[in-house]
Design a protein around this ligand. Structure first.
Ligand SMILES: CC(C)(COP(=O)(O)OP(=O)(O)OC[C@H]1O[C@@H](n2cnc3c(N)ncnc32)[C@H](O)[C@@H]1OP(=O)(O)O)[C@@H](O)C(=O)NCCC(=O)NCCS
Length: 167
């Protein structure tokens, strides 16, 4: 797929965090992060092939989720980035997920802020984020980033709230 946008920068830095493109070795912690959702952990091979697919789509689409590493501690704590998700390549979604052990320290907001800047640099004018109605931590992150609630849709698991941010 080609687009009218400049490819997103896949290496980003904040005060405390480094965001980078996925490496196959990230499969080890990525499957543990998925496991924290309370669903079945993917096998190492499944996680690895998801990462290979993600890298391929990043090259095609010019947007991606990125890994988040804490600079001082050197550990990987999750991911943040842009995805098509339920939206479009022109107006993608911002997404984030962190290990429980690193919640509540402002990391998601810090990572998402620099992803938002990276989205602006691609020439995009609007971002979305779709959030399950019960996910108050996620709503709070979006609020801090000046997203606004827009509308809801429903699927088999219930209400999904669409939040929008004009860039
Ligand atoms: C959503 C998530 C990424 C937030 O990460 P985080 O690093 O803890 O976020 P931050 O610390 O930047 O900000 C969280 C904010 O939510 C608030 N918060 C946390 N839990 C909350 C709750 N249950 N109800 C209301 N607010 C809550 C925090 O107090 C903080 O706000 P504050 O800065 O005003 O105090 C993290 O909870 C997560 O990975 N959840 C599982 C995956 C997920 O839901 N991803 C989003 C899918 S849409």
């Amino acid at each position: 797929m080609t687009s009218n946008f400049v490819p997103m920068e896949f290496q980003l830095k904040t005060e405390r965090l480094d965001l980078n493109m996925w490496e196959e070795s990230d499969a080890v912690w990525m499957r543990q992060l998925v496991g924290e959702r309370g669903v079945e952990m993917p096998s190492l091979d499944e996680a690895r092939s998801q990462i290979i697919n993600m890298r391929k789509r990043a090259a095609e689409n010019g947007i991606s989720l990125l890994t988040i590493r804490r600079q001082k501690e050197g550990d990987l704590i999750g991911y943040c980035g842009l995805i098509i998700g339920r939206s479009t390549l022109e107006e993608p979604e911002i997404a984030y997920e962190l290990f429980r052990s690193s919640h509540g320290k402002g990391y998601a907001t810090e990572a998402a802020s620099v992803v938002l800047d990276a989205a602006i640099a691609t020439g995009r004018r609007r971002l979305w984020s779709t959030v399950r109605i019960w996910n108050n931590a996620s709503f709070r992150v979006l609020e801090k980033l000046r997203f606004e609630r827009h509308h809801s849709t429903w699927d088999e698991r219930g209400e999904v709230v669409w939040n929008v941010r004009e860039l």
